[in-house]
Write a protein that binds this ligand. Structure first.
Ligand code: BT5
Length: 248
């Protein structure tokens, strides 16, 4: 079981008016099998990866953290953020924007960030438990985004709670369909379909190469002058191939 099905009288998603970080609220409820996730209308301490800030103004986005106990082991935990980003991108496309995936966890529209995923996973008795935080911009805040934050929003009036409920359903359905032994390989074709175009030039530090897909562990494959390398962490700078630039 990924999670026990919610009892009819139990909230599958806990919804808060505001909180520091929904990821913290989700970890605090990890012991309650009825809770599939925690969402909030605003976060005052929303976080990205590596201590970065996630801007979470009231009523402007989905701030959602899913509580996940996958059947597969910790060595396959890399499937979780990839799947979450994929579900967000596919949902955003259904809502009318040309969302694309940027490895490992960004959802972009026209090169601007629409959504991000913060996956915090732990191993417990050989099993993986995780909180998957999703920040998705629904509406641009009245004051806009600061120039250093290259952000965009869906531009929808849909209530955050409704979109969050849909995303949670999308995610858990997709998760339950993944095989236990090779979840990353199973989701890879869908991820790659919305990911960078093959051959896009990418850079991580001194490593420069052309994008060649994802490996079996969800790492980013780059063909460099000294051979093929796989990146498994960190940021990449991405220069889209002309075909995708036109697509956006
Ligand atoms: C992420 O981090 O993209 C993961 C964001 C996860 C946020 C969710 S909201 C629910 C849950 N609770 C939390 O506390 N977090 C999760 P990262 O790749 O490190 O990107 C962070 C960077 O994105 C920042 O340094 C900014 O440049 C940019 N940024 C900040 N707020 C943004 C926003 N609302 N929209 C687009 N970009 C933003």
């Amino acid at each position: 079981m990924d999670r026990a099905p919610p009892l009819s009288d139990a909230p599958a998603l806990v919804w808060l008016d505001a909180c520091g970080s929904t990821n913290d609220e989700a970890w605090a409820r990890m012991g309650d099998p009825r809770v599939l996730g925690v969402g909030a209308d605003a976060q005052f301490d929303g976080r990205g990866r590596r201590g970065r800030v996630w801007r979470s103004p009231r009523g402007c986005g989905v701030y959602l953290s899913l509580v996940v106990r996958p059947r597969f082991g910790p060595e396959q935990a890399g499937a979780l953020p990839l799947l979450a980003g994929l579900c967000v991108a596919e949902r955003a496309r259904l809502m009318g924007v040309n969302a694309r995936l940027k490895w490992p966890n960004d959802v972009l529209v026209g090169g601007l960030k629409l959504a991000g995923v913060l996956c915090e996973a732990r191993a417990e008795a050989g099993r993986c438990v995780a909180v998957i935080g999703i920040g998705l911009n629904l509406r641009t805040p009245p004051e806009g985004y600061p120039p250093e934050v290259l952000a965009t929003a869906l531009g929808t009036s849909a209530p955050a709670r409704e979109v969050a409920t849909q995303l949670a359903a999308d995610f858990f359905e997709a998760l339950s369909a993944l095989p236990d032994d090779a979840p990353i390989c199973a989701l890879r074709p869908r991820w790659q379909a919305l990911g960078p175009p093959l051959g896009a030039v990418m850079r991580q530090g001194d490593v420069v190469g052309t994008y060649a897909g994802l490996d079996d562990a969800g790492g980013l494959l780059l063909d460099t002058p000294s051979g093929r390398v796989a990146l498994h962490a960190g940021e990449v700078e991405q220069h889209n191939a002309p075909a995708q630039a036109r697509d956006e």
